[in-house]
Design a protein around this ligand. Structure first.
Ligand code: ATP
Ligand code: MG
Length: 430
């Protein structure tokens, strides 16, 4: 006997009924993006490897050790996208979307990172993200953050904390980097191995370390805000003034640096305490240098991405956004003649009641076994067609949840009976 093929580690299936939660979640997030004037952009899942090394940064976790990189049959080095921003910038440049325009764009889809799989951390995961180009002021930063607040509220999450910080200009970060290295060099043996390496390559990333001993060593390290340039200070103060003006709560976290090199000035995260070390459900910030780095004219930009698996996990804790049964009505059919008449009835109902969620029994079987399936489907009502109903020109209707006797309705009345009971609009009333 051959063994079953299993899915690849870190690549998971999403099964019904949780797929209904995903659909509701995505629909609500999309709705908020739409009302804020963001338009969808669809991007490929595979890009040239160089796109990511040039934008995300050579010495980041993603580029150093998390990318799914392979040679295709032509020998080109390609990579499954680990995030959406680089591809979005590439597409905007390729199609001239940044000329005299300030596009507000969103995307959704699968991302790929070769990380150690655990709760809230997969190798294929899904993000909804947004990017805005061509705007440099704190006005768009504030509006974008408030939009993410509304997105999280739309899916019922009210216990996530907004953290913000400013990373300043590249010069400010350079000055800070030197101070941080000078401080941490005194403790280098006490740092974890990754952080020791980063001390040479990318010291700011040490602030982002998830290792408690390393975090403890950072307690009396210098902080970035002491090194910020005046313009970045003003920009950040203006952002805060705007968030204060609309009553948006936030925490300034001076250690918030983000794992990607391309950020500067405003960075923000939405964090929950309910998912352990995988607590960030939304992360974003300014990346004013990236467009130029990828060959475009200097263009300010800001964006964010939400991790959908983490959002779904939080919603599951909250008993879900939706509790949709498989159907509202189950059609029970006994006998050959009833099957044929039932198919006709089903098609007529689907035309007259376009929103009706009707599950027609297939595969025959006794009343008893059909009612068992009807029950399992979660449907509220059963329609019944058998010899008796065919002879009388009626259809049986039974309430599966409230109980009670089955009632006979003339075939022609069924549309209106269902419309009334389920609160549906008939096609002719549209
Ligand atoms: P983390 O610090 O948790 O590794 P990150 O800084 O690498 O996150 P980003 O690149 O900013 O994450 O991605 C934005 C969001 O995408 C994260 O906040 C998270 O919700 C989600 N995300 C990132 N990596 C994964 C993953 N491997 N599995 C599931 N979700 C992820
Ligand atoms: Mg990561």
């Amino acid at each position: 006997m051959s063994s079953n093929i299993r899915s690849v580690r870190g690549f998971s299936d999403t099964l019904p009924p949780i797929t209904a939660t995903w659909q509701a979640l995505e629909a609500r997030l999309r709705r908020i993006l739409d009302v804020y004037g963001y338009q969808e952009i669809r991007l490929p899942q595979v890009e040239k490897t160089e796109l990511f090394s040039r934008s995300i940064g050579e010495v980041t976790d993603i580029v150093e050790k998390e990318m799914y990189t392979f040679e295709d049959r032509n020998g080109d080095s390609l990579t499954l996208r680990p995030e959406g921003t680089a591809g979005c910038v590439r597409a905007c440049l390729e199609h001239g979307l940044l000329h005299n325009q300030q596009p507000r764009l969103w995307y959704a889809g699968a991302m790929f990172r070769h990380e150690r799989p655990q709760k809230g951390r997969l190798r294929q995961f899904h993000q909804i993200g947004a990017e805005v180009f061509g705007l440099t002021g704190p006005d768009i930063d504030a509006e974008m953050i408030l939009m993410t607040a509304r997105m999280l509220a739309a899916i019922g999450l009210d216990d996530v904390e907004l953290q913000i910080n400013s990373l300043g200009t590249p010069a400010a970060r350079q000055a800070y980097r030197e101070a941080l290295v000078a401080h941490l060099s005194g403790y280098s043996e006490q740092l974890d191995a990754d952080s020791q390496r980063r001390l040479q390559t990318n010291p700011l990333r040490i602030l982002d370390s998830k290792i408690p001993e390393t975090q403890a060593l950072l307690n009396d390290a210098p902080t970035l805000d002491e090194y910020l340039d005046q313009e970045s200070r003003d920009h950040f103060a203006e952002l805060r003034r705007r968030l204060d003006a609309v009553g948006q709560a936030y925490v300034v976290n001076p250690r918030l640096v983000r794992g990607l090199d391309y950020y500067g000035r405003t960075v923000f995260e939405w964090v929950t305490h309910r998912l352990g070390a995988q607590g960030t459900v939304c992360a974003g910030g300014r990346y004013d240098g990236v467009v130029e780095q990828l060959g475009g004219r200097p263009t300010p930009a800001i964006g964010f991405a939400m991790g959908l698996e983490r959002l779904v996990a939080l919603i599951e804790d909250n008993e879900g956004l939706v509790n949709t049964p498989q159907a509202d009505v189950y059609l029970v059919l006994l006998g050959d003649a009833a099957e044929l008449e039932g198919l006709r009835l089903a098609e007529k109902l689907r035309s007259d009641l376009p929103e009706l969620r009707l599950l027609m029994h297939c595969g025959g079987g006794s009343f008893k076994s059909q009612f068992k399936r009807a029950d399992r489907s979660g449907a509220r009502l059963a329609l019944v067609l058998a010899d008796q109903e065919l002879a009388d020109g009626t259809v049986g209707l039974k309430d599966l949840r409230e109980g009670g006797e089955q009632q006979a309705h003339p075939v022609d009345a069924v549309v209106h009976v269902l419309a009334r009971q389920l609160g549906l609009t008939t096609h002719s009333e549209d």
